[in-house]
Design a protein around this ligand. Structure first.
Ligand SMILES: Cc1cc2nc3c(=O)[nH]c(=O)nc-3n(C[C@H](O)[C@H](O)[C@H](O)COP(=O)(O)OP(=O)(O)OC[C@H]3O[C@@H](n4cnc5c(N)ncnc54)[C@H](O)[C@@H]3O)c2cc1C
Length: 484
């Protein structure tokens, strides 16, 4: 590994990987992932990518309208138009790179329906769409000589310098620094701020903390999406997702009395947008006094389900549920962040040379609520646009970041146990699906205390401390925003 790069890309999800491939092969890039390269929100994506790939029965206007309806018309309309109109080319490009999406017998891409979409436009690889994309994009990145890929390497902190950035890194007990003239944050979501989330262990909001600490504008962090149908397991933090596509294929949502109930809350029934379905479940749970909810897809039959949802079928079976014979227990769970590091259409933050893309960024495309399967599309479109903007800046001549002598001093007090759990309990009580005003006020005050303690406690610079700091920072910004 070198010490000095043109660009550091923090994150190996779809946003980071696709962006990396957009640079020319003279641009020296360092790509980092906190865990193995295949551990990311992207790798877990089941449903697929939404894009208007033909105009027989669909149109850009319809996709734009569906996105705006789901977002409550709070979206940035220019960003939505960019997403919808440019997205299909990026989907075609990843197909050319070898990503395989399901096709019918005549070889045409098979498109499915998901909640909030008025047309069948989600292309997918069975129920492992994200895994397929990450696998193929990683293969392509690994073939590039200009990209150094480091996995199990955590960025602990970022220092903004005159002509770039210094990233302080931790890998297998070693501390070292790397310098980049440009930095692209593609660190994914914030799920681990909650007790129950579909997000992987990497989703602790580190990139958002780095940007916040450097003084970048953070926007709409309180716009958190809860997925209505995670597998309801009483144990385990990372809840397994029962994709929207299962309802797209006709699953019924049932209450504790095994009755369909969505007709009481929304005329779109099970295919209403996620926030509506999540809220309906919470209201129905208050009405019935029970947290027991189920998805029923049994009538589709064993063969269809095994072929269409192999990963979901297998994961449910591991948990003792045969989805062709049994009801699937479900309950809402934190799933996605609409807000984040505020960026323009080219991924620029409010700090020169600092870019963000993917789930950690706020482009405004999702408005108040993300339409299903629009986020992988956002990671592709705006990851590419950020890379193109940086490449243009590199080609127009720029001053290189200066490497200075710097030694990380990791020593300090050990992190007291239970801080992360406290933060997660606060968020779960105060700001889950339907916010609780009193718990927000009390939780906010407590979070400010926790954050001050983390900053002033002279704690050792360990990965645990840095993740606790990220989680506490993100949670505090969220409750600060809603407690105003
Ligand atoms: C279960 C599940 C199912 C989903 N299904 C769909 C779907 O069907 N369609 C859809 O459009 N969207 C879906 N989403 C959402 C979508 O997958 C994500 O929004 C998107 O993949 C985010 O991509 P990303 O590249 O921004 O981040 P991620 O893919 O999460 O990647 C983040 C990267 O940043 C790295 N990182 C983080 N912090 C650090 C650090 N401190 N140091 C070094 N590296 C760091 C991580 O290691 C990782 O490599 C789903 C999400 C989940 C969790």
């Amino acid at each position: 590994m070198k010490k000095k790069y043109d660009v550091i890309i923090a994150g190996c999800g779809v946003a980071g990987l696709y962006a990396a491939l957009e640079f020319n092969n003279k641009t020296k890039i360092l790509m980092l992932s906190k865990k193995e390269q295949t551990v990311s929100g992207s790798a877990l994506a089941q449903g697929g990518v939404a894009a208007v790939l033909d105009h027989e029965d669909d149109s850009f206007d319809l996709h734009i309208e569906d996105t705006l309806i789901a977002g409550g018309y709070k979206n940035n309309v220019t960003a939505v138009e960019t997403l919808v109109r440019e997205g299909p080319q990026d989907v075609l490009k990843i197909l050319e790179m070898g990503v395989e999406f399901d096709r019918d017998e005549s070889g045409r891409l098979f498109k499915t329906l998901e909640g909030g979409h008025s047309r069948h436009r989600i292309v997918h690889h069975k129920d492992q769409s994200g895994w397929e994309m990450v696998k193929k994009l990683l293969e392509a990145v690994r073939q590039r000589d200009n990209i150094d890929l480091l996995e199990n390497t955590m960025i602990l902190g970022i220092e903004s310098l005159h002509n770039g950035f210094r990233a302080d890194l931790f890998q297998s007990g070693e501390y070292f620094s790397a310098y980049g003239s440009f930095l692209l944050l593609a660190t994914g979501g914030i799920g681990r701020v909650y007790k129950y989330t579909t997000n992987p262990s990497t989703s602790t909001g580190d990139g958002i903390r780095f940007a916040y600490e450097m003084g970048a504008k953070i926007k709409n962090l309180s716009l958190v999406q809860f997925h209505p149908t995670a597998f309801n397991s009483p144990t385990g933090r990372e809840q397994f997702l029962i994709s929207e596509a299962v309802r797209g294929e006709g699953a019924y949502l049932l209450n504790n009395d095994l009755e369909r109930f969505m007709n009481k809350y929304d005329e779109r029934l099970e295919l209403a947008p996620r926030d509506v379905v999540s809220r309906s479940i919470i209201l129905e749970s208050r009405r019935t006094g029970s947290n027991n909810f189920y998805l029923d897809i049994r009538r589709k039959g064993k063969e269809f389900l095994k072929n269409r949802f192999p990963a979901i079928s297998a994961a449910c079976l591991e948990r003792g549920v045969d989805i062709s014979e049994d009801l699937i227990p479900v309950f809402p769970c934190q799933h996605y962040l609409m807000g984040g590091i505020d960026v323009d259409l080219n991924g620029r933050t409010t700090i020169p040379r600092l870019y963000a893309a993917g789930e950690c960024a706020h482009t405004g495309v999702h408005g108040g609520n993300r339409l299903a399967s629009n986020s992988l599309l956002e990671a592709l479109v705006f990851g590419r646009r950020a890379a193109q903007d940086i490449q243009r800046a590199l080609e127009s001549g720029y001053s290189l970041v200066e490497v200075k002598d710097y030694k990380i001093r990791p020593q300090g007090a050990p992190l007291p146990k239970g801080i992360r759990t406290q933060v997660r309990d606060i968020m779960q009580r105060a700001y889950f699906v339907m916010p609780d005003a009193l718990a927000i006020r009390q939780g906010h005050a407590r979070l400010e205390e926790i954050l001050t303690r983390l900053h002033n406690g002279s704690f050792a610079l360990t990965p645990s401390y840095c993740e606790a700091l990220s989680i506490a920072t993100v949670a505090t910004i969220i409750l600060r925003e809603v407690d105003e």
